[in-house]
Design a protein around this ligand. Sequence first.
Ligand SMILES: [Zn+2]
Ligand SMILES: [Zn+2]
Length: 85
Amino acid sequence: MDFLLKQGLVHKLESLHAYVGCTHPDHPHASQFLICDGCGEVTEVENARVAESLRDAGQALGFRAKRPIVEVLGTCAQCNAKRDE
Ligand SMILES: [Zn+2]
Ligand SMILES: [Zn+2]
């Protein structure tokens, strides 16, 4: 598993104590994960602006961000639709 992590083929989700396969392992990237607490669906998004902001925020404090992984908890579109029915 360490090998896969280092290759960037999987990401570790701390809040779920789980690993997810990367949706774009072809290049190194910072990731944000949208985690649905309804169905458990995890969606990986790659937003350079979010990553940059995090890096800047860290840098302002002298912190060097190595793996700016963001886990966002909420409900996915499907669960929202179900809830609104
Ligand atoms: Zn990824
Ligand atoms: Zn959901």
